[in-house]
Design a protein around this ligand. Structure first.
Ligand SMILES: Cc1cc2nc3c(=O)[nH]c(=O)nc-3n(C[C@H](O)[C@H](O)[C@H](O)COP(=O)(O)OP(=O)(O)OC[C@H]3O[C@@H](n4cnc5c(N)ncnc54)[C@H](O)[C@@H]3O)c2cc1C
Length: 501
């Protein structure tokens, strides 16, 4: 421990420069030379850069930064929290970052801080690689590095044991004195083209099915730099690339974080990046031990609450523009959306103030609250969209094909007359509804809906985890005891004497 604090936090420009490192990113049949200059990634890279610039804004410094026990100055969620006050301040720091992009980027650098911050106090769990874990914490926190993560095996055959899909699922080929060599693919690395490194592991459901003596070659947790030899990113289509203008696609054109299939082709991972190697038991337990699950739910709920604030604003402006905001039935739906936002935000309050102890004197949100939050969050978006569908109905499709129609003199009078809104000129109304379209119905919106539903694991696993953890924590016994007590109050002869006394 030292009192000499260091500040090596990246600026936006330094972040952008750091991405030009020879990484292998494939898009539209070409290897991308520099992601930050490519039209598929250009604006989302710059919007991510903004969160780095915020770290250097003197007006935000006290709210965003702290100096940890090692003397490292970092974002408040990138360091461990030791009490509720720390978690409350971390929540505020997350919220400041999320408001920069209105909650539309699911994977900003603070997401993986949920895991990485815990390495500071929890590094010894990774013995014999605990020094790697501590070094990664220091490197990560001191710059606020952007890590993506891949946990999921590709959906090529879920009915087989992992070991029987070895040609696809990530496994180790060999090791030597320098490191390990791995091959296989992972689905899907959100934002990976714009990150510094990937955290590679298996999710809790997959780990639970792994067996000692069978799955060692796949029992791996490591971090890889994006430009590691043998690591390839195969990007999905880019909505930013397709977006002709911000006027027509105001969200797709700037918040498309992209998702990529990550392929490891005998990729070299140096030993210093390895956290768990061929250890099935550790793969099964690291997830729960790390506190990642408890903490990522806090980051994700703050992000979603802010996205919902934006949606409330969109819906209110939309109903004002259609003149429907005066109707009782419309107001009830706006009220419900506000209630959803407040519910998610109140989950963050529960997670901050109702905590449980974690590694090394840290505290994390209570497991059951995080599990409940995960189920709530992943089911919220479909209702949000439904409210928009019902309340704004066909209004978003009452539009023109593109901004070019608004520049066409022959159409000027027609558009001005017929496309106006309540209190809005035609071009203002069209602009607003194009944003609503992009938020709810565009290809970008479809991907976002799929993200909100699935990013925290499949729907079955979310519920099975809630059950398993309630069993482990003794909650389900307590619930059953309660019913038994109620049953014991009476018998065939009526109320028992003790019950009525
Ligand atoms: C936009 C988007 C971004 C994503 N980003 C990331 C990311 O950055 N990193 C990452 O690691 N992942 C990411 N994912 C993947 C995401 O984590 C998974 O989609 C999610 O965990 C669900 O897994 P799956 O799609 O493989 O569905 P599956 O696990 O195959 O589940 C589908 C359904 O099949 C059934 N099922 C499957 N397996 C079993 C079984 N063994 N027993 C019983 N029933 C079963 C269940 O009913 C389940 O609901 C992303 C996904 C999306 C859509």
């Amino acid at each position: 421990m030292t009192n000499n604090s260091t500040n090596m936090l990246l600026t936006g420009d330094a972040y952008l420069d750091s991405l030009n490192d020879g990484r292998e990113v494939w898009f539209n049949g070409e290897r991308v030379k520099n992601v930050t200059e490519h039209p598929a990634f250009y604006n989302s890279a710059r919007n991510t850069a903004k969160v780095y610039d915020a770290l250097h804004d003197p007006a935000l410094k006290d709210k965003l930064l702290l100096t940890d026990k090692l003397g490292i100055t970092t974002h408040k969620f990138f360091a461990p929290s030791y009490n509720s006050q720390d978690l409350a301040e971390a929540r505020e720091a997350i919220a400041i970052w999320q408001r920069i992009n209105y909650g539309w980027l699911g994977r900003t650098p603070d997401y993986k801080a949920a895991f990485m911050a815990q390495l500071a106090e929890g590094h010894s769990f990774y013995e014999p690689y605990s020094e790697n874990a501590l070094n990664w914490y220091k490197k990560y926190a001191s710059k606020c590095l952007f890590l993506n993560h891949v946990l999921i095996d590709p959906p090529v055959d879920r009915s087989k044991a992992r070991v029987d899909v070895r040609d696809v699922y990530l496994s180790v080929d060999k090791d030597d004195d320098k490191g390990i060599y791995v091959s296989g693919a992972k689905m899907v690395a959100t934002a990976s083209a714009l990150t510094h490194a990937t955290f590679v592991a298996v999710n809790s459901g997959t780990a639970a099915r792994m067996e000692t003596g069978r799955d060692e070659d796949m029992a791996l947790v490591f971090i890889t730099e994006m430009n590691a030899k043998g690591v390839k990113l195969i990007s999905r289509p880019s909505y930013e690339f397709k977006a002709d203008s911000p006027f027509d696609y105001p969200l797709s054109s700037r918040f498309d974080e992209n998702d990529a299939v990550m392929v490891f082709d005998n990729a070299f991972i140096p030993w210093e990046n390895v956290l768990i190697y061929r250890d099935v038991d550790k793969c099964k337990s690291f997830y729960a031990e790390s506190g990642f699950f408890n903490r990522y739910n806090l980051q994700a709920a703050v992000r979603l609450a802010i996205k919902l604030e934006f949606c409330v604003g969109l819906l209110m402006k939309g109903t004002d523009a259609t003149g429907t905001s005066v109707f009782h039935g419309v107001q009830t739906q706006i009220g419900e959306l506000i209630g959803l936002r407040d519910l998610i935000w109140s989950m963050t309050t529960a997670m901050v103030y109702d905590t449980e102890p974690s590694i090394g004197g840290t505290v994390v949100p209570k497991l059951q609250t995080a599990a409940a939050n995960r189920i709530l969050m992943t089911n919220t978006w479909s209702r949000v969209r439904e409210i928009f569908e019902i309340i704004l109905a066909g209004a978003p499709i009452f539009t023109v094909s593109s901004h070019l129609d608004l520049k066409q003199p022959e159409l000027e009078d027609t558009i001005n007359r017929y496309f106006r809104g309540t209190g809005l000129q035609a071009h203002e109304r069209i602009k607003l509804f194009k944003m609503i379209w992009d938020a709810m119905y565009s290809e970008f919106a479809g991907r976002n809906a799929l993200y909100e539903r699935n990013y925290a694991g499949n729907q079955d696993q979310q519920r099975l985890d809630a059950l398993r953890w309630a069993n482990i924590k003794g909650d389900t016994d307590r619930y059953k005891d309660m019913v038994q007590q109620c049953l014991d109050d009476y018998d065939l002869d009526g109320w028992k004497k003790e019950y009525l006394d």
